[in-house]
Design a protein around this ligand. Sequence first.
Ligand code: BGC
Length: 254
Amino acid sequence: MTARKPTKAFGIDVGGTGIKGGIVDLSTGELIGERYRLDTPQPSTPESVAKTCGAVAENFDYAGPVGLTFPGVIQKGTVMTAANVDHSWIGTSLVTTADPHLPGPVTVLNDADAAGLAEVRYGAGAGQSGLVMMVTLGTGIGTALIHDGVLIPNAELGHIEIDGHDAERRAAASVKERKDLSWEDWAKRVTKYLQTIENLLWPQLIILGGGVSKKPDKWVPLLETRTRLVVAEMRNNAGIVGAALAAVEGVEKD
Ligand code: BGC
């Protein structure tokens, strides 16, 4: 007899500014109850981030599988890059660091990969075949590539070089704020970024996410791409939901 997969799991989304968690109903992709958020500790060192993840989880009456996202490349549970969090993470096992603080076995994956998985399963990418690309515009630019529902992990296309610059340093949502750009000026930068990507990958669909996707009317109509663009439906919860999904379905181990 095969064991039945759990129908709910706990997801935690670690970002440059906040750490959010919630219990996810995996049959619908919806949160069971409210999510809980704490600020990302500064400096965002491994032990302080792991403790904060534990403090988020303590707010829930939950024991079972836990999925955890991280804003960097993850291979075999280890952090390989850390563009927007403390660099001491590089080479650190996220699994062993977080495990003692969490209420169940931990699965870890890149934050944009988690968001992409969630949107393709439950949200704006549901039913789309072929190559779907998720782009999260936040502190950095996160990207996920999902082909016919299968994740190609750790696509770091937020760091492609455009006009001699790391793309996320020109077009992330944080750049709009830092430089006080108008929606029009920022949308021009995002258009240039998306056009570069679509000319290289020719995806069927691009899903736009990140905190800024809460106000799509301000900028999405200004974008010019050949590829169909849609706004993430799960908004800021996609990372939590994708983490919970990965906790139960697993991620590529290599
Ligand atoms: C990181 C990615 C991450 C993205 C969004 C980038 O700087 O390199 O791994 O997905 O930020 O957090």
